[in-house]
Write a protein that binds this ligand. Structure first.
Ligand SMILES: NC(=O)c1ccc[n+]([C@@H]2O[C@H](COP(=O)([O-])OP(=O)(O)OC[C@H]3O[C@@H](n4cnc5c(N)ncnc54)[C@H](O)[C@@H]3O)[C@@H](O)[C@H]2O)c1
Length: 268
């Protein structure tokens, strides 16, 4: 007879999204999505270290997290700089004693341009922030998780543009997000033996400084909305549930997933 697997009680099941006692790092935390996710993780109990290259935009997110009764710190971190990310992770361990969740939100769309005249330095800048930056943050989180004896969550931010081409000048951004998706699967595969979950959230579009160029152009907005079956841009809170799921024990058997949160954009 098959051995019976121990099952959780109803009371235990109700706690599978609870992040009490967990320490999260959120990069790009001063930005639009970073702020929303840092606050969402804190609402479910996590303490949060906020990282952003701009040190002057993290006051509000830190205040929001502290307002929820959680611990918060902020650090100026350029995610493309190896030594800076390493030192920032050492700072997290010093301040919080451990790390359990890394959410790599810092990103840039750069200037969208036609492929035939794409400025290669601009292309490299986008690749550096989105791909190199994601790897460096995941790398130092993963190293700590392994040192801590295994377990831990990495959540990267991909994009619908990492799955599908677009007529609007995405040779840098789309390529970088495609790379983030594969990097996510690669890290998931390498670190599964350490019980580290690595998953991505792939949004379609939501209105932030990063998409202002599109929002300013009604024709472009029309093209984007026509490609989203739900016919609307995302609201920030649409991403909180998926992020908490991937940060919590509810997703312990989920790894290497690129979770589209896109109103059906990649469904067809
Ligand atoms: N806005 C959208 O429609 C959309 C769609 C798909 C994916 N995304 C992704 O969501 C993430 C967040 O974007 P957002 O729309 O909230 O933009 P945002 O501009 O509001 O936030 C981006 C943040 O990243 C920070 N950042 C940039 N370069 C950095 C660096 N080198 N080191 C550290 N921090 C750096 C910025 O200072 C900013 O606070 C990005 O990865 C973006 O690619 C956005």
């Amino acid at each position: 007879m098959a051995e019976e697997t121990p099952r959780k009680s109803a009371e235990e099941l109700k706690k599978i999204f609870d992040l009490t006692g967990k320490v999260a790092v959120v990069t790009g935390a001063g930005g639009t999505l970073g702020h929303a996710l840092a606050k969402g993780l804190a609402a479910f109990g996590a303490d949060v270290a906020c990282w952003d290259i701009k040190t002057d935009i993290m006051e509000d997110v830190v205040a929001d997290i502290k307002g929820l009764g959680r611990k918060a710190t902020s650090s100026g971190v350029d995610v493309t700089d190896d030594a800076t990310v390493k030192a920032a992770m050492e700072g997290v361990i010093k301040d919080f004693g451990k790390v359990n969740i890394m959410v790599t939100v810092a990103g840039s769309a750069g200037n969208r341009q036609p492929a035939e005249t794409f400025d290669i330095d601009e292309w490299q800048k986008v690749m550096n922030i989105n791909v190199r930056g994601t790897l460096l943050c995941a790398k130092y989180a993963g190293a700590e998780y392994i040192k801590q004896g295994g377990g831990g969550k990495v959540i990267t931010i991909g994009s619908v543009r990492g799955f599908l081409g677009h007529p609007g000048g995405y040779a840098a951004y789309g390529t970088s997000k495609g790379a983030v998706h594969l990097l996510t699967k690669q890290l998931a595969t390498e670190w599964a033996k350490h019980k580290i979950n690595v998953n991505a959230i792939a949004p379609s579009i939501f209105w932030t400084p990063l998409t202002q160029q599109i929002k300013n152009d009604p024709e472009m907005v029309k093209i984007f909305m026509a490609r989203i079956p739900m016919g609307r841009a995302a609201e920030l809170d649409d991403f909180v549930g998926p992020c908490v799921f991937l940060a919590s024990s509810a997703s312990d058997y989920v790894t290497g997933l690129i979770l589209s949160v896109d109103g059906g954009a990649v469904a067809g």
